[in-house]
Design a protein around this ligand. Structure first.
Ligand code: ZN
Ligand code: MN
Length: 431
């Protein structure tokens, strides 16, 4: 290939906290049955209304940062990012500019690492609906989404192919879902993607980039990269430089020009005077860290260590239902990990069955199997030689001691021994 594709990603994720980012309104933009029912002066941007940061949202943002290998700032702050659009009633979005909560992370992919520049906290905008009312074209605004907690993840330009992009984005989504802090539903819009794309003839970072906004699937993201590769290489082939601009993705049409890109200065960022700086002390960070669950990569390693082949382990980890199932098995009955993993991949598990039921069924089946006298006999022989006084009592006519022997065999086999076979063996060995 003549040019090296260079791509950085921006990922926006709506958190599933109970309330919004800076007010007490319910955070449920998709569950609301009417527009504009979860609103107040703060999220409607009324003059004089004061924002109060949502502690849980900040913790969730830090949790995402930790899971993506980031460093966590000791002090962080909120800034105002100004632009004018009807979905932003204050005329600015509360975001983070030069002191994000999390920075310098890394996500491994099979095509090479993708460095995470930053993970920061901001608020979502209201949602526009373009409709025709009374024969007139109108734009309606729903403020249910206004000020919903939004986490933005920004990468370094380390993505070199559409395959790598898909693997990376899927991995990030799976990690965030494992954390349980967002549904990451791209169809609904709780996860939204942007790509910064340029081409380089020599591998060095070129002096332009094209931003593709509003991408709502991994496939569309990959398509954007492939479309832009073609479009930009045709421009470069003519000895020209692609225009630095914002484009939108249209399925079937590729990317289309929207507007020339603003520089950061156009947003007139400055610290939000209504929100004091955040101090993340060690004690708080320790509490947040204690919420970190086992992440997909760690589970792959554990499954491989348990004897599961790597490709099967990856299939399990990439499926959220399988992932939850296997981590529950690991927790409840680690000895069954390999069997359960293989059963999952070979579709031998009924999708309606719970991990608890699966373990119960396996144990019941395993229990039926211990009728083998060569397994049971040595256990009973040892019990007899260890408990001579009881054997003497039995021989003296106290048959009640039989219960002790049967119970001990059951205990030694985890309840898996067949009672009839055990009784028969004990009787014959005692006589
Ligand atoms: Zn509100
Ligand atoms: Mn953003």
């Amino acid at each position: 290939m003549k040019y090296q594709l260079i791509c950085g990603a921006e990922i926006h994720v709506e958190l599933n906290t109970k309330s919004k980012m800076f007010c007490g309104c319910k955070n449920d933009p998709f569950g609301a049955d009417k527009p504009n029912i979860y609103t107040c002066p703060v999220c409607l941007g009324m003059p004089g209304a004061l924002p109060v940061p949502n502690k849980k949202a900040i913790e969730d943002c830090i949790l995402i940062g930790l899971a993506l290998g980031c460093k966590i700032a000791k002090v962080s702050k909120f800034d105002r990012k100004h632009y004018f659009y009807p979905d932003l009633p204050k005329g600015y979005q509360i975001s983070q500019y030069d002191e994000p909560l999390c920075y310098e992370g890394l996500v491994e992919t099979s095509y090479g690492p993708v460095r995470i520049t930053r993970v920061h906290m901001e608020e979502d905008t209201a949602k526009m609906h373009h409709a025709v009312v009374g024969g007139k074209k109108v734009s309606l605004i729903d403020f249910n989404r206004s000020s919903v907690p939004l986490v933005e993840i920004v990468t370094e330009p380390d993505i070199k192919s559409s395959e790598q992009a898909k693997e990376f984005l899927k991995k990030v989504r799976d990690i965030i879902r494992t954390l349980g802090v967002s549904s990451c539903d791209m169809e609904k819009g709780s996860m939204r993607l942007e790509a910064n794309i340029s081409l380089s003839p020599d591998g060095n970072l070129p002096n332009y980039k094209v931003e593709v906004k509003n991408i709502n699937s991994f496939r569309f993201f990959a398509n954007s990269l492939e479309f832009e590769y073609k479009r930009q290489s045709e421009i470069l082939d003519k000895g020209e430089t692609p225009v630095q601009e914002t484009r939108g993705y249209r399925d079937g049409r590729g990317t289309v020009s929207q507007r020339k890109k603003e520089g950061a200065a156009d947003y007139r960022y400055f610290p939000d005077p209504d929100i004091p700086p955040l101090v993340i002390d060690d004690a708080w960070l320790t509490t947040i860290k204690s919420r970190l669950p086992k992440l997909p990569d760690a589970v792959v390693s554990e499954l491989v260590a348990a004897g599961v082949i790597e490709s099967a382990a990856k299939i399990i980890v990439n499926d959220s239902t399988y992932f939850q199932f296997i981590t529950k098995i690991q927790e409840l009955d680690p000895a069954l990990t390999k069997t359960a993993a293989n059963d999952l991949v070979n579709k031998k598990i009924d999708s309606s069955i719970s991990p608890e039921e699966y373990i119960k069924n396996k144990k019941a089946k395993a229990g039926e199997k211990i009728t083998d006298e060569t397994i049971l006999k040595p256990i009973i022989e040892k019990l007899i030689s260890d408990n001579q006084p009881l054997v003497d009592q039995y021989k003296a006519g106290k048959t009640g001691v039989l219960g002790f022997f049967v119970g001990s065999v059951m205990k030694a086999t985890g309840g898996k021994a067949d009672a009839a076979v055990v009784n028969k063996l004990i009787a014959s060995l005692l006589n």
